[in-house]
Design a protein around this ligand. Structure first.
Ligand code: GLY
Length: 566
């Protein structure tokens, strides 16, 4: 059936307030969109409009999440996807929690040394680009599973908005035009057939991007559900692409792929309950470990105390990311010691050598190694009029994934194989190290950092939050949560706040280049930290429930992220 996408009349409204609160004496703070009933916050305004329109038609948060996921595959193809995978964390209105793991899997023909040359030297070019880099996509199976459990509107109505966006196209901003012009040569290089829908021209602001092949694929998913992707013509396009590009995904991989309902990871911080993603993501464990340590300290974002907080945070991060490298992986394949990693005594012991005045050097620093800048996952947060909430983080891994556009099917394949440890001790594209636990095994899921999170306060829905950013994801979620809970910020203000990241190795604190408070940077340097200026860290999209029953969206101004609600 055909539906016209309904665009809600409420648009992004912001109120500027001058307040005296933080480490800078006067800060301009911003209140995000405030609505009474429902909201979608995502990386693209058109996707946020799709999600909220679904809820205006009576759909619930999961209906909206499916529609947003599909819309992002069209309007935000650098990370939105049907050729990748991700996680849903869901809180039903009455406080029942679920998490859905639709992370990609390693193909059945994969093996642990597939990205090593004959001398055992790692081949990151192959784990990051081209056909071998792709894991078996999980997104479509995940959307179907979510729909079977929670869907309320007809399935076709959830897919139709994405079809229309692909078929009719959407108008590019100048940033999008620059981005597509920049990446189209790489898409051409790694795809076996020139994807002219992207590479056929140099893009300009106001151009319309039309994706007819993708529209046909989405129509098959609309009409045949799971089989529309994993069987029939779309599966044939994937297999033909694999054959032409020497990839290893087979029909058996497509037939046997299954997303999984898993127990969400639960933890607490003061009077807040945290519902987040467990393995195969490391994100939830890292977030709960950091909050578990933070609970023993009083932190402030004023003056020198802000440097104290950043020092404390960095010292936590170096210890916790060392745990990540050693212990975290797909728990179906490796016994991840989750309880022990979150045990308060373990965390206290782990932090016993913390020196508030001095940085503890991480051993074996890779001098000069810096974080990769391509961290193109995407996150969206949704609350529906009944109070159901969905936090979804979904990914192709790097921007445009493997850069392989499946000819005939028009979608981009992920490069998630690089999230495995391709050789113990060799850093992946985010600079994080992995060990034996996260080695490649057929059918296994690669370790993720994605941290879709829902927080309750005194048993009631309080916050829905998450972000892209590769290995920086858990620390960006942590900072946003701390900004709200400890530093009394609203959602938009917490999202706007500058971010810092550190991850054991490389032994540096990365900070966003807009951060100009030299005194704080000097203070950190004096304690022995190495500072590394970089571009934006993460793109956090969150929703905060307010005491009066309304909700505030925090849409990250680092991107085109937009809150739409009613
Ligand atoms: N591909 C990014 C992540 O899963 O952490």
């Amino acid at each position: 059936m055909k539906n016209k996408v309904f665009i809600p009349v409420l648009s992004l409204a912001t109120v500027l307030l001058l307040v005296f609160s933080c480490h800078t004496e006067k800060r301009i703070t911003e209140t995000g969109l405030v609505t009474q009933k429902a909201m979608t916050v995502s990386a693209h305004p058109l996707a946020s409009e799709v999600g909220t329109a679904i809820m205006q038609r009576g759909g619930n948060a999961v209906d909206a999440a499916i529609a947003v996921h599909m819309a992002l595959a069209v309007v935000y193809p650098q990370a939105g996807n049907i050729g990748g995978g991700g996680f849903f964390v869901i809180r039903e209105k009455d406080g029942i929690y679920h998490s859905l793991d639709f992370r990609e899997k390693s193909p059945l023909l994969s093996d642990r040394d597939m990205f090593l040359d004959e001398e055992g030297k790692p081949l990151p070019e192959k784990s990051q680009n081209g056909h071998l880099a792709a894991g078996v996509p999980g997104a479509v199976d995940g959307m179907v599973k979510a729909y079977e459990k929670f869907g309320s509107l007809p399935w076709e109505e959830l897919i139709q908005p994405a079809i229309e966006l692909a078929e009719n196209g959407f108008v590019l901003t100048s940033e999008e035009a620059d981005y597509f012009t920049r990446v189209s040569q790489n898409l051409k290089k790694y795809s076996t057939v020139d994807p002219v829908q992207f590479s056929g021209k140099s893009w300009h602001q106001g151009d319309t991007l039309i994706q007819n092949q993708l529209a046909s694929t989405l129509k098959r998913i609309r009409d045949f559900g799971r089989d529309g992707f994993y069987k029939g013509p779309v599966a044939e396009f994937i297999l033909a692409e694999m054959e032409r590009g020497n990839g290893i995904i087979t029909q058996e991989d497509l037939d046997t792929y299954e997303s999984s309902w898993r127990q969400p990871l639960l933890g607490s911080y003061k009077q807040y309950d945290i519902i987040t993603m467990g393995p195969p993501s490391s994100g939830g464990i890292i977030l709960l470990q950091m909050l578990g340590i933070l609970e023993n300290y009083k932190v402030s974002n004023r003056g020198k105390k802000y440097a104290d907080y950043l020092h404390l945070k960095t010292e936590m991060e170096r210890r916790i990311y060392a745990d990540r490298a050693e212990y975290m992986a797909d728990a179906d394949y490796y016994p991840v010691p989750v309880e022990q990693l979150l045990d308060k005594d373990y965390l206290a012991e782990r932090f016993a050598d913390f020196d508030p005045k001095r940085a503890t050097p991480s051993d074996g620093i890779n001098a000069g190694s810096v974080l990769a800048l391509s961290e193109e996952t995407t996150h969206f947060s949704i609350v529906d009029p009944l109070g159901n909430a969905v936090a979804c983080t979904t990914t192709l891994n790097g921007g445009m994934g493997s850069k392989v556009v499946v000819d005939g099917a028009g979608f981009i394949l992920n490069n998630e194989m690089d999230d495995f440890s391709i050789k113990p001790g060799f850093p992946n594209m985010f600079g994080v190290l992995g060990g034996e636990a996260n080695k490649i095994e057929p059918g296994k899921r690669m370790l993720s950092s994605m941290t879709p999170t829902i927080i309750e306060k005194d048993g009631k829905l309080f916050m829905v939050v998450g972000t892209p950013g590769g290995s920086t994801i858990p620390t960006s979620v942590f900072q946003t949560v701390v900004n709200v809970i400890e530093f009394d910020m609203g959602m938009q203000e917490a999202v706007n706040e500058e971010r810092f990241h550190s991850q054991w190795k490389p032994d540096v604190i990365s900070y966003e280049k807009e951060f100009s408070e030299l005194k704080i940077l000097d203070d950190l340097k004096k304690r022995g930290h190495v500072l590394n200026e970089r571009s934006a860290i993460g793109r956090v999209d969150g929703i905060l429930m307010r005491d009066d029953g309304s909700m505030e969206g925090g849409a990250d101004t680092r991107g085109m992220d937009t809150a739409v609600g009613f």
